[in-house]
Design a protein. Structure first.
Length: 255
């Protein structure tokens, strides 16, 4: 189970309504905006949960991921500090991290996918990680709207920093090809589109990254695993990071 996106400070997220169904497209549009209670409270809750669980003898213990981001009020040049704060506060209580630089609902966040911004964030987290008694896997979650050269930059960086994996992908801002009438889409307004319309894009990026890297970077498909699709692409599930299959990486959120 992945928790987040967690930010250093609590924030309310965007005003409601902020989640919309597009039944004709089997899709959702959301602009939640990282509504969360902040890293301190979430770390405390995880700590208590771990304490209660310590005595349990589960055959398959729950794998907990910490998906981390920046507060809306934090300027992009200071974003790396927000990621470091969340990383430090959650480190002891999660099994892996996902660095989220790809949500369309925090203004400017996706600009952090540019190579230099990303390098600063990830290198800093890698250094902190190396200083801990137990290092935790760090994965990067990317948008399905990146250009090919941006994807190539991500691949370069992933091998430079020895990232533990990529999560592909977040929601899209692309509205092309939707069956939902344009007037209805306009009434809904801004947000990230998920569900069926994003599947082809995500799949394309997964295949591209897999090919370019010769499978050397583990990939977690976010939201792209449908049963038939899964059958065809078992190679994705072969890596140790993915050994629990997609079920363990399902997001559960209280809306
Ligand atoms: C209501 C809602 C809230 C989401 N919140 C987050 C979030 O906080 N952080 C994040 O990394 N992705 C978030 N996502 C993106 C999903 O984790 C997922 O990457 C995306 O929706 C694509 O998968 P899907 O098509 O199966 O929904 C959210 C998606 C939805 C629908």
């Amino acid at each position: 189970m992945e928790i987040g996106t967690v930010t250093p400070l609590a924030q309310d997220g965007n005003p409601k309504p902020r989640l919309f169904r597009l039944p004709q497209d089997k899709a959702l549009i959301n602009r939640m905006g990282f509504n969360n209670e902040g890293a301190d409270i979430i770390a405390e809750r995880l700590k208590n949960w771990r304490k209660r669980k310590a005595k349990a003898t589960d055959k398959h213990p729950l794998i907990i991921g910490g998906n981390i981001g920046k507060n809306k009020i934090t300027p992009n040049e200071d974003a790396w500090k927000d990621y470091a704060t969340c990383f430090n506060k959650l480190h002891h209580y999660v099994d892996y991290f996902v660095v989220n630089v790809s949500s369309p609902n925090t203004p400017g966040l996706r600009e952090l996918q540019e190579k230099e911004s990303l390098r600063k964030i990830i290198w800093n987290l890698a250094m902190i990680n190396n200083g801990k008694a137990v290092a935790k896997p760090i994965l990067l979650k990317i948008a399905p709207d990146l250009t090919q050269s941006q994807i190539d930059d991500v691949i370069d960086l992933a091998s430079e920093v020895k990232l533990d994996g990529l999560v592909i992908s977040n929601t899209t801002i692309d509205r092309s090809g939707l069956l939902t009438p344009v007037a209805e889409q306009e009434m809904i307004g801004a947000g990230g589109l998920s569900g069926k319309p994003v599947r082809a894009k995500s799949t394309g990026i997964i295949e591209y990254v897999h090919k370019q890297t010769g499978g050397s970077i583990p990939i977690i498909g976010s939201g792209v695993f449908l049963p038939g699709w899964m059958q065809e692409r078992k190679w994705l599930l072969g890596h140790p990071l993915c050994r629990y299959g997609p079920v363990s990486f399902t997001r559960v959120r209280v809306l």
